[in-house]
Design a protein around this ligand. Structure first.
Ligand code: TXA
Ligand code: MG
Length: 566
């Protein structure tokens, strides 16, 4: 199918032409065709809302799940009684204030609204868009237009006609180009059918603006958190994966200095960056899409979807994004970013400190971890999580069984000694086991680390560096000790012979290795254990204070706050 392109941008088209093209577009809609139209929020994929066959085609073309209802676009509040029942006075008050504009109201439906629009619900979502082209088209048609955002289902919404062409070219009858959308994120959805107005989706009208008019509103749970498998959101669309770019996105929330600093610390050469304009210079060697000043949420809203889309044409393997705070339109921008990230959010709280601890046996890692706990911190024991997974994760067990035949007994328990015999002292087998294990273990550990929102947490991992977990830590510490000290300690601790203790130590990586890979070293050469504990306590306190200061003052205070390497 050839998709007609009508250029209706005010600077390009004469009024006479515009009127003619709108008439033609309305004729296409009347005949059951689909027309993409500009609105102030995002482009919509329009059909005559009372033509069930045309509406069904919207779902086809977008690849949209059938249980996700559509918004009716009206020419004004005078149409409300035609399609909605039991309309509360509040609806008229809101419409008077915000229409035409980016506010969608959910009201009781009337029976003339086709079931496929409402996905069988007894409510219908309605709004009056604030764009001359959309308004002219609705008036010319004389009927409401059903229009979801004009992107393929799951992709970021389109804010220019070119983006619509990418997703819809060849699939629909026409695209009306009305220029770039001036709001850039979809409408705010407010459900007025319950006892209290409930926000189902933050959008182009801020919560503050709504609350100024009608007092406090409830924010639906699905807005701020992912739903668990069997929960049903009020807005069916909230349960689907949304706005997602091709590669994984991680969102960093917190003060802009702190998020920029955290991104800078974790990024790899092929990490794409969505940042505020002020921080662009930090990422000059990265693929970067600035989305406006950190206090200009209106500009961020205009640019966020295009930024997400543009990464699909780059070689980036992941995207990191700075998240605005939730004031004004920032709430909607942050919501879109978090949804696009599947709620993969790193909290960059200045007070939160994650330390990665590693080192060979007998050096004193456990002593340091005990001190972390005495300081009120928590310890993430990676070895323990590993063993839990080996006991419980069927997929991991299957892969280990396939790679190392005979390490599971008949009743399904893992023979650890047998597995040990297969891999210890055989570097290639060890590498093979690690390759399997990391694939399961690292995402679990990542989630656990990321769920630490405040306070101190020490990650205890022999393979901190090899697994890549060091990237998630604010600082990495190698705990080292002279060989003779380690030998004595391992003999006493495990009751083994000197020869065996030396063998075990020599089968591990050297102190030099850990020293070269970690940011800090804590060398356990003190004369007594108590002395080492004192030293370690002072070291940790200084390090943590320095890291917190560094985070608080962000990139600019960085040098000042740095703890020198011990
Ligand atoms: O700004 C916008 O609202 C854009 C432009 C084109 O108008 N439209 C838009 O439509 O964002 P769409 O289909 O991408 O998102 C509509 C959202 C979905 O999450 C859907 O589940 C929800 O509105 N929705 C529709 N009808 C509803 C209803 N009766 N009750 C609750 N949620 C509803
Ligand atoms: Mg959409």
């Amino acid at each position: 199918m050839e998709t007609l392109y009508f250029d209706l941008r005010p600077t390009r088209a004469k009024q006479q032409d515009v009127t003619e093209k709108i008439r033609e577009a309305a004729r296409i809609l009347r005949e059951g065709g689909l027309v993409a139209m500009p609105t102030e929020t995002v482009y919509g994929l329009g059909a005559n809302a009372l033509d069930a066959d045309a509406v069904a085609r919207i779902f086809d073309v977008k690849g949209r799940p059938q249980d996700n209802p559509l918004i009716l676009h009206l020419s004004g509040q005078q149409w409300l009684p035609r399609y909605c029942a039991n309309i509360p006075a509040l609806a008229f008050a809101l419409a008077r204030k915000f229409w035409p504009g980016p506010l969608t109201l959910v009201l009781k439906r009337r029976n003339n609204v086709p079931d496929c629009i409402t996905a069988g619900l007894d409510t219908v979502a309605v709004r009056c868009p604030n764009h001359p082209v959309a308004l002219a088209l609705i008036r010319e048609l004389g009927l409401p237009i059903a229009a979801p955002s004009a992107n393929l289902s799951g992709r970021p919404s389109c804010t220019t006609a070119q983006e619509v062409m990418e997703d819809m070219g060849g699939k629909i009858q026409a695209v009306l180009d009305g220029g770039a959308c001036t709001v850039g994120v979809e409408s705010t959805i407010l459900d007025l059918t319950g006892t209290q107005p409930r926000l189902l989706r933050p959008g182009g009208v801020s919560i503050e603006a709504i609350e100024t008019l009608i007092g406090s509103i409830t924010v639906d749970k699905a807005v701020t958190a992912p739903l668990s498998g069997d929960e049903r959101p009020k807005a069916p669309g909230m349960k689907y994966k949304h706005y997602a770019p091709r590669v994984p996105l991680t969102v960093f929330s917190g003060a802009p200095d702190a998020t920029a600093h955290e991104i800078e610390r974790r990024m790899c050469p092929r990490t794409g960056i969505i940042c505020f304009d002020e921080y662009r210079h930090l990422f000059e060697f990265q693929e970067t899409r600035p989305i406006g000043s950190y206090n200009d949420t209106a500009e961020q809203a205009r640019r966020v979807f295009s930024a997400l889309r543009e990464f699909d044409d780059t070689a980036c393997t992941e995207i990191y994004a700075q998240c605005p705070d939730s004031r004004g339109l920032g709430f909607a921008v942050g919501n879109r970013l978090k949804r696009a990230a599947g709620f993969r959010v790193v909290e960059c709280d200045a007070q939160r400190v994650i330390l990665g601890l590693t080192g060979g046996t007998g050096a004193g890692k456990t002593t340091v971890l005990n001190i972390v706990e005495e300081m009120g911190g928590s310890v993430l024991d990676c070895d323990k999580v590993y063993h839990q997974l080996l006991d419980e994760d069927e997929d991991l067990r299957f892969e280990v069984r396939r790679a190392f035949r005979g390490v599971f007994t008949i009743d399904g328990t893992l023979d650890r000694q047998k597995l040990g015999a297969e891999v210890f002292a055989k570097p290639d087998q060890m590498a093979r086991l690690n390759q399997i294990v990391y694939r399961y273990l690292v995402p679990v550990l990542e989630r656990q680390i990321e769920s630490v929102h405040e306070g101190l947490c020490a990650v205890d991992a022999v393979n901190l560096i090899e697994s890549g977990l060091d990237r998630l830590c604010d600082a990495t510490i190698a705990v080292t000790a002279p060989i003779e000290v380690r030998v004595r300690r391992v003999m006493a601790r495990d009751g083994i012979s000197e020869r065996y203790a030396r063998l075990r130590i020599s089968s591990q990586k050297s102190d030099e290795y850990y020293r070269s890979k970690c940011g800090y070293e804590l060398n356990n050469a003190a004369d007594t254990p108590e002395l080492f504990r004192q030293e370690a306590r002072i070291f940790l306190r200084r390090l943590i204070e320095g890291l917190q200061e560094e985070k608080r003052y962000g990139v600019r205070g960085r040098k000042k706050g740095r703890v020198t390497r011990e």
